[in-house]
Design a protein around this ligand. Structure first.
Ligand code: HEC
Ligand code: HEC
Ligand code: HEC
Ligand code: HEC
Length: 464
């Protein structure tokens, strides 16, 4: 009955989205942050992008996206001093998503990084990652402590990068902690070997030291993806030649210059919300030292980089095509509009309508993201499944988080032969840590649990 409204709004929003993309004049970024002094070295640092080509704007999600990261980085480059762009790894999602992987690498390629760490989430993809996709995108990956088990223990990629610019020389290494690789498949574990991080850094530096007689690099940075349980010990064991260890985190924390023992550290901002700027200035004896670190938020009002925004549009199209191809392979219960359940469960239907679940698609319309498959997974019913939501045009009634997202019941089996309680696990499928950071079953549960309501209407007519 109210099925028509969403279609109409969806079309209007789609047209709106196309028009606004087409006309995006890509204005220059104004309000450039104050530059660093001319004698400084500045490392711009990102990390744990975690597959977020563009953010969803869910609570707790990044505000930026790659298309806004680029203008921010560009605006920070021409400050004073020499600027180097580093990424602390884990740019792809934990679970392999071939389409998303390919696009995120292409997107990062456009940002012009000087060096990128290999996180555990990249390693999970296996060595093919290095051979194919990353190389195709030209990403400057560094992996100091990962080797192939076969092939004479060849390093997985370059063990270090020496970058020279504007008379400055910086050396970048990258380690992943064995403990960070919780999810690596047995196959990956057979193919690669992870060496003790500090040892591998020391060995690499020893190998390079002969070249430093003429000149030591101005700054030596180690990008590190370490599990919190192994972090402090690994940092403490780093050789004293190291000037900065960049650490990874999955959560927001203030970007600032910190120390673990005597070692200067900076936590790379997570989820693409910020770009950190770690500034080095000449210290006692002329050696460059970390002087300060600040986080620059990737704000929503930043203009988008046109090429990256177009790349994102192609990504959503490709991802949708792929989902459609996979459709026939999924199975499960026959999905029906929630309104149809409501014919027998009127009280539950009326109550559901008033919850956010009953209005979840309106949010996507408001955000102008009705063509984005990434949003459909949690804001509709059965996206990617046989008979599930495909587009608002051909299945408007499966928009929203419908009854069957929680009750996986079949109409042919109504009343259900056995009661399947809705468990917290059901909620967690969508109320993930990044999308719903405040989720607690004791708080959220009572807000959406269906009312007992009146007795189910006696309907003998079989519904199809
Ligand atoms: C033809 C009428 C009819 C339709 C349509 C229908 N149901 Fe039911 N449903 C029933 C009846 C009758 C019962 C048993 C009621 C009872 O035990 O009080 C029942 C029971 C249930 C229960 C279990 C209640 C419990 O106490 O365990 C759930 C959950 C449920 N239905 C969900 C749904 C969902 C979701 C849909 C839509 C996919 C749906 N129903 C569609 C008639 C219907
Ligand atoms: C299919 C995905 C999905 C499932 C399963 C799901 N939710 Fe949600 N939930 C959402 C989405 C999406 C929203 C936000 C809707 C909007 O505002 O657009 C939401 C919103 C909510 C809200 C409202 C939060 C607010 O800001 O007011 C509560 C409460 C909630 N869910 C509780 C639950 C509970 C409890 C469960 C399990 C019984 C559950 N959800 C299962 C996707 C889901
Ligand atoms: C993994 C599931 C999931 C995906 C994918 C997802 N969302 Fe959400 N979204 C949620 C949940 C759960 C909430 C409710 C969070 C809460 O209130 O705790 C939510 C809430 C929101 C809100 C806040 C709604 C409000 O009422 O304030 C917006 C906006 C939103 N989502 C937009 C999007 C967009 C746009 C996309 C696609 C890029 C998307 N979401 C993809 C699960 C998801
Ligand atoms: C966010 C998850 C969620 C959604 C969406 C949802 N329900 Fe429920 N429903 C519950 C929970 C939790 C209960 C409590 C009983 C249980 O654990 O199964 C429940 C109970 C029920 C019951 C049993 C009687 C009762 O009130 O306790 C029926 C019938 C029912 N729901 C029907 C529906 C229908 C019809 C829709 C769609 C209009 C719907 N539900 C949508 C979570 C949900």
């Amino acid at each position: 009955m109210n099925a028509r409204v969403p279609i109409l709004i969806a079309h209007v929003a789609l047209i709106g989205a196309i028009v606004s993309v087409g006309c995006d004049p890509n204005p220059p970024f104004v309000g450039r942050p104050a530059g660093a002094p001319a004698d400084a070295i500045v490392f711009l640092i990102t990390g744990y992008t975690n597959g977020n080509i563009e953010p969803c704007n869910c609570p707790g999600q990044p505000r930026g996206g790659l298309s806004r990261r680029k203008p921010l980085v560009d605006s920070l480059r021409p400050g004073g001093g020499e600027v180097f762009l580093l990424d602390n790894g884990n740019s792809v999602l934990l679970t392999p998503e071939p389409v998303a992987d390919q696009y995120i690498w292409a997107g990062l390629g456009r940002l012009g990084y000087d060096a990128m760490a290999v996180g555990d989430q990249e390693l999970d993809r296996g060595p093919a990652f290095f051979a194919d996709a990353a190389r195709a995108a030209g990403l400057p990956l560094v992996a100091t402590n990962v080797r192939f088990v076969d092939r004479q223990k060849t390093p997985l990629g370059p063990t270090h990068r020496l970058i020279e610019r504007g008379g400055r020389q910086v050396l970048v290494l990258s380690v992943v902690g064995p403990g960070a690789m919780h999810f690596a498949t047995p196959q990956v574990r057979q193919e690669i070997e992870v060496l003790a991080p500090a040892r591998a850094v020391a060995d690499t530096l020893n190998g390079l030291r002969a070249d430093w007689r003429a000149r030591r690099p101005d700054a030596i940075v180690v990008l590190a993806v370490l599990d919190p349980t192994e972090r402090d010990a690994a940092v403490a064991a780093m050789p004293s030649d190291v000037d900065l260890v960049v650490l990874s985190t999955e959560r927001d924390r203030d970007v600032k210059a910190e120390k673990i023992g005597a070692m200067p550290v900076v936590f790379a901002p997570a989820m693409g919300r910020q770009v950190a700027a770690a500034e080095f200035r000449p210290g006692p004896g002329g050696r460059m030292r970390l002087s300060r670190a600040v986080g620059h938020p990737v704000e929503q009002m930043l203009p988008r980089d046109r090429k990256l925004w177009e790349l994102y549009q192609s990504y959503t199209y490709d991802a949708q095509q792929r989902s459609l191809r996979l459709l026939g392979k999924a199975g499960g219960v026959k999905l029906i509009p929630s309104a149809q359940c409501g014919q027998c469960h009127a009280a539950q239907y009326q109550a559901w309508r008033k919850t956010k679940h009953g209005q979840a698609w309106a949010t996507i319309v408001r955000e102008g993201r009705t063509a984005d498959p990434e949003c459909m997974r949690c804001h509709t019913t059965g996206f990617g499944y046989q008979g599930g939501f495909r587009t608002a045009a051909d299945a408007p009634s499966l928009a929203d988080v419908g009854c069957q997202n929680c009750h996986q019941v079949d109409l042919g089996n109504m009343p259900p032969k056995r009661r399947v309680a809705v468990s917290e696990m059901t909620c967690r499928g969508c109320h993930t840590e990044p999308k719903s950071p405040k989720f607690e079953i004791a708080v959220y549960g009572p807000k959406v649990t269906c009312p007992k309501g009146r007795a189910v209407a006696a309907t003998t007519r079989p519904l199809e």
